[in-house]
Structures are given as C-alpha cells and as structure tokens.
Design a binder for this molecule. Sequence first.
Ligand SMILES: Cc1cc2nc3c(=O)[nH]c(=O)nc-3n(C[C@H](O)[C@H](O)[C@H](O)COP(=O)(O)OP(=O)(O)OC[C@H]3O[C@@H](n4cnc5c(N)ncnc54)[C@H](O)[C@@H]3O)c2cc1C
Length: 403
Amino acid sequence: MDSSSLVSRKKSIRIVPSKALRDGQSTTMYDSIVVGLGGMGSAAAAHLAQRGRRVVGFEQFAAVHDRGSSHGKTRIIRQAYYEDPAYVPLLLRAYELWHELEQRVGQTLYVRTGGLMVGLPSSSIVAGSERSAREHDLGYEVLDANDIKRRFPAMRPRPEEVGVFEVPAGMLYPERCVRAHLDWAAGAGADLRFNTPVVEWGVSKGAAFVKTAAGDVVEADSIVLCQGAWLRHASGAYALPVRAERNVMHWFEPHAPHAGELQALPIYIVDRAGNPPLYGFPYIPGEGIKAAFHHSGVYTTPEELQRTVDSVEIERARSALHEWLPDASGPHVASAVCMYEMTPDEHFLVGRQPDAPNVIIAGGFSGHGFKFCSVMGEILADLVMQGKSKHPIGLFDPWRFGK
Ligand SMILES: Cc1cc2nc3c(=O)[nH]c(=O)nc-3n(C[C@H](O)[C@H](O)[C@H](O)COP(=O)(O)OP(=O)(O)OC[C@H]3O[C@@H](n4cnc5c(N)ncnc54)[C@H](O)[C@@H]3O)c2cc1C
C-alpha cells in the first residue's frame, strides 16, 4: 500500500461522517487519529487530547484487553538500562510522567521495589547496567554473590555471579496504567472507539483517513499508528520489520513459610547460560509470584499465536525459578501468553513516515517498551504537533533498516 494508491483508493471511498458530525454537533474533522489503544496508543491519545487536539482513537478489541502486549498484572521499570545508555533520559522523564499520572487518577501505578541485574560481570545485563548508571551518574551498587545472599537470603546466586542493584527500579501495574491513560484521554475530550478494527488507512496532502471494519471512514490531519504486534501489516509498502515473539508469564504460589520474605524482593533479571534471562517480581498475595523468561525465540503472528500453555513450558520456568529462588517455586497458579513486538536490533521504531510526515509510527517495542508508555505519549504528541520532539529519539528511526 503506497501513498499514491491510498490517495486514489481514497477517492472511491464514501466519506461517512463521524457520530459527532452526523449528530450535527460539529462540522469539523478530527485533528488526530490514533490506531491501537494499548500501552502506547492510550498514552498518545491522552497527551494529544490534553494539548487540545480533537482526537479519535480506534481499538480492535475491548479496552484493556489481554490479546496484545500490555497485560499481565506487572511490568518492570528500571533506570540503569543495560540495553543502551541512550534510553536513560527517556526513563527519567517516564518516571516523572508516571508519577503525574498517578496523581491525576488518584491511583498507585508504580511500586518501588529496587532492582537487581544478575549475571557474570562480563554479561551484557551486568556490564550494560553499570555502563548506563556510570554514564548518567545514577546511584548503583555492585553486589558479589555473598552480598546478594546476605541482603536477599531467598536468592541463590552462583559464586561467580554479581548483581547490579538500583533503588528506583520497581513495578508498574500495566492494566491500571492503560486504563488511567484512557480515562485521562476521554476526560480531555478524546473520542475512543473500542471493538472497532481499522481495516485501511491512508494519507493525501496533509490529511489522513481510516476505514473501519464496519465501513465508517474518519478523517483527520494526522494519524498515529500504535498497533503493537500488528504494526507489520499496518505499515503497508514500508513493511516495518516487526515480528511477534510468543512469550509466557507464569505465577507460582511460594512455599508458605517464606511468603513474607518474598514480598520484599526487588525485581530481578538473572542471565545464566542455557536459558534466556529469567526475570521476576516480588510475591503479591492473592496473585502469586510472577516469573518468566525474557525471550522465547518462538516467532509467530498475532493471528497464529498459540495462547494455550503446556506443562513442559511451566516446568521449565519452575525449574529455572527453583534454582534462583527455591522458596518461590511452589504450586503453579496461572500462566498467560503475551507478544513481544521485535525489531532486528531490539530498539524501538518511533518517528514520522518520510514521504508523509503526518503519519507517525510508534512500534517495535521489542518486549521492553511498557515502562516508556508515559514518555512515549509525550513524544508522540510532540511529533504530531511540532514535527519533532525535544526528547532524544535518534536511536528509534523507523527507517534505519531501509524503506
Ligand atoms: C510477557 C511480556 C512481558 C513484558 N515485560 C515488560 C517489562 O517488564 N517492562 C517493560 O517495560 N516492557 C515489558 N514488555 C513489553 C511491553 O509490555 C510492550 O512493549 C508494550 O506493552 C507495547 O505497547 P503497544 O501499545 O505497542 O502494544 P499493545 O499494547 O499490544 O497495543 C497495540 C494495540 O493496537 C491494537 N490494534 C492493532 N491493530 C489494530 C487495528 N487494525 N485496528 C484497531 N486496533 C488495532 C491492538 O488490539 C492493541 O490493543 C513485556 C511484554 C510482554 C509480552
């Protein structure tokens, strides 16, 4: 789908006015369309509406659903970012904005637990965390295996392992975060349409339109594509290199006498040969202790995603958890499937479409995007309204792999 075919196709489409137009409430177009109201789209809609844009948002499923990438009760947030120091300024702003959002909606969205990144000193998780912390002057400590055991007696580090500990790391509650952004957006006047898949979009001379599965066509000046694991199909001729990776989260009930100690755990990521990194959260009574592997290597599509979880997967996670936190690996409580939206280099895709600057892409968050939703809302509103953002997003050029 290149933009010229979109323009010509657009001519043959009957423009169906939005409900507001039909009702005679307004004779104007929307300013901005947001496609996808998950983690990123809900934040984009909120920031755009807050800045006075007339926003319409489309979501193919219900609000705060569990079929994309933004569900599963908890998400890690941390600052000493091993993936690249370039993320740190964005994280500092993300923390501020999560805090503002908490105040706006009067709810707890973030809980500080501290965070421990464990591996051999040379591992990318340990060395990368230290590098980011040093470059950005973040407070951190390097703990050897004995320090880790003293401070967190439930943990079983191997003698050669070390941990980088940071205080501000913690967890976000993703469903509450998405809901909070949606409520803020709606409160600021955004028209949010759920169970409304967009089947086509296009641009012509500064205008953009979408067509829904029901045949409605809605126009606006700009369009923001926040389609998570569905973005590949959405990007038409550009075929952005986003692949869905199936990843499973597991919850276990800890062995009873240790439940109290496990509630005080920091979030952690443990990098050991033989398995993908294992990450996890403190025990939350009533939910269990959540643990999962960061990456499965199983690529799929949103349509073909296997949503059932078999006992082999559960036992593999339990056995890795048992080695690291033996008190935690009690009865299995639940598992849930989620999609990472992978790019080849695991960095995000955020920016304007080269030949259609009123089309803004926000995707490819590669399994580590949730903590950034708050600041991405701000960045996407900047890109829509000013064409650029004051935040450093050079790493995320969507076209770095070619057009
Ligand atoms: C198991 C798991 C663990 C994770 N852990 C962490 C973590 O600890 N910390 C962290 O920071 N990140 C983590 N992530 C990554 C993070 O959650 C994602 O990067 C982030 O949620 C992506 O948000 P999104 O808005 O791009 O995608 P989504 O939230 O999936 O939103 C995309 C939305 O677009 C909608 N959509 C798509 N196509 C259409 C269409 N045609 N019409 C209408 N609607 C459409 C979809 O239905 C969906 O709601 C994890 C992800 C998973 C799966």
